[in-house]
Design a protein around this ligand. Structure first.
Ligand SMILES: [Zn+2]
Length: 407
């Protein structure tokens, strides 16, 4: 929902009035504003997403006109619209907690994102406080990562390592470019294949920041990163579902299909079809070694964890390789966002369509020694910041390099 709310804050001492405006008319903007109380300095709102375009977790709004030093409260409730789940419409909204991190994320320049003080919960609502500095205040569920951030990641990466290619993986259903980075310095006859993607679920902005950190390390001057590039061809896609990211929707459980339940023989999303085609080309050469899909989990998941397919569906070699990769991942992801040292396994009890999850598709269509894993990085902790997510991405890349070194 894109609306512009304007309110005149009356100043008792005179006719001059400060004007506080709340807006969401920008890429990724989302909020349904219930009221703006200039006297109490409170904006009441709920996330603005359309449940047909995914779980209504994400919100991002901008306040203009808050005078320097003035405290404003953002009072957030859950979406009031019935959600979809397991691929069908339900008659109840999503639990509000999915949209309510303990601390919201805010910025005064649109570049540097910080956490607010922990909000105050009351019933199904939470109140966050921000302080004006005279300029616009952006406040969101988590650090935003949209097309602008993709552009700056691509240009910074190319500047660091000119041989990196910026690819257009696909045009989305709604005609937006799905961009990725292709690192192909290896002179090996058959370089190892490494694929990393984030943001199949649009609201999970933290996963794109993990991909950002992964990319930074891969193109760095670290000797292990150089060695990785000598042996391995790497693809990184920081945003898969560009459409729901652009419109500020959640993506998960969207109609007609959850992006991460689209990994079938007939995907509806062009970027899934394009990813499958590139992955199958690596499989044909027998060199798809590692596939990593990046997500953010549930509000109560305070430690990152790996989601993988049932072990019984792997080849004997695949089981061994997965255990070896996980050993490296656990050794590297030591914190502050430290990974749980046990795997969570997806299967029919997790979701009726579990076989259409990307990692399951890779398990079924990869080489016998391909390792596929999904990393769920916690979003509701004091370390769930751009720096915290990037740190996870760098460590995940180090783990991938350490694993692939012995391949
Ligand atoms: Zn997800």
């Amino acid at each position: 929902m894109k609306r512009l709310f304007v309110i005149a804050a009356l100043v008792c001492a005179g006719p001059l009035s400060a004007e506080v405006r709340v807006s969401t008319d920008f890429e990724g903007g989302s909020a349904k504003v219930e009221s703006v109380d200039a006297g109490a300095k409170v904006v009441r709102f709920i996330p603005g997403g359309d449940p047909q375009r995914g779980w209504v977790c994400w919100w991002h709004l901008r306040l203009d006109g808050v005078p320097a030093g003035e405290h404003w409260t953002l009072d957030l409730g859950g979406s009031d619209r019935p959600t979809r789940n397991n691929g069908v419409d339900t008659d109840a909204p999503l639990a509000a907690t999915w949209a309510q991190p303990d601390s919201a994320t805010f910025s005064s320049d649109g570049q540097t994102w910080k956490l607010t003080e922990p909000g105050v919960r009351e019933g199904k609502r939470i109140r966050y406080e921000v302080v004006g500095d005279g300029g616009p205040i952006r406040i969101a569920w988590g650090p935003p990562f949209g097309s602008r951030e993709v552009e700056s990641l691509c240009s910074a990466t190319k500047q660091k390592l000119p041989s990196v290619e910026v690819i257009e993986l696909a045009q989305s259903r709604e005609g937006r470019p799905v961009r990725g980075l292709h690192v192909h310095e290896s002179k090996a006859e058959k370089p190892l294949g490494l694929w990393v993607q984030a943001r199949q679920h649009a609201w999970e902005s933290g996963s794109s920041w993990v991909a950002h950190g992964f990319t930074e390390w891969v193109v760095s001057d670290a000797p292990e990163a150089r060695r990785l590039r000598e042996t391995t061809e790497i693809f990184i896609v920081p945003i898969m579902d560009v459409d729901r990211v652009a419109t500020g929707d959640g993506g998960k459980e969207a109609n007609p299909r959850d992006h991460n339940r689209d990994w079938t023989a007939e995907p509806v999303y062009p970027e899934v079809a394009a990813a499958q085609a590139r992955l199958l080309a690596l499989v044909k050469d027998g060199r798809l070694k590692l596939f990593l899909d990046l997500h953010n989990p549930a509000p109560g998941d305070k430690h990152p964890f790996f989601f993988v397919g049932p072990e019984e569906l792997l080849s004997p070699e695949g089981k061994v390789k997965r255990a070896q990769f996980m050993e490296q991942a656990f050794a590297h992801l030591t914190g502050p966002l430290a990974a749980e040292k046990r795997l969570r396994t997806t299967g029919a009890s997790y979701h009726p369509l579990f076989r259409q999850i990307s990692g399951m598709w890779v398990d079924a269509n990869g080489n016998p020694d391909t390792v596929a894993a999904c990393l769920e990085t916690s979003w509701n902790t004091p370390h769930s910041t751009t720096a915290g997510y990037r740190d996870v991405g760098q460590k995940l890349a180090q783990a991938a390099a350490a694993y692939l070194k012995h391949r």
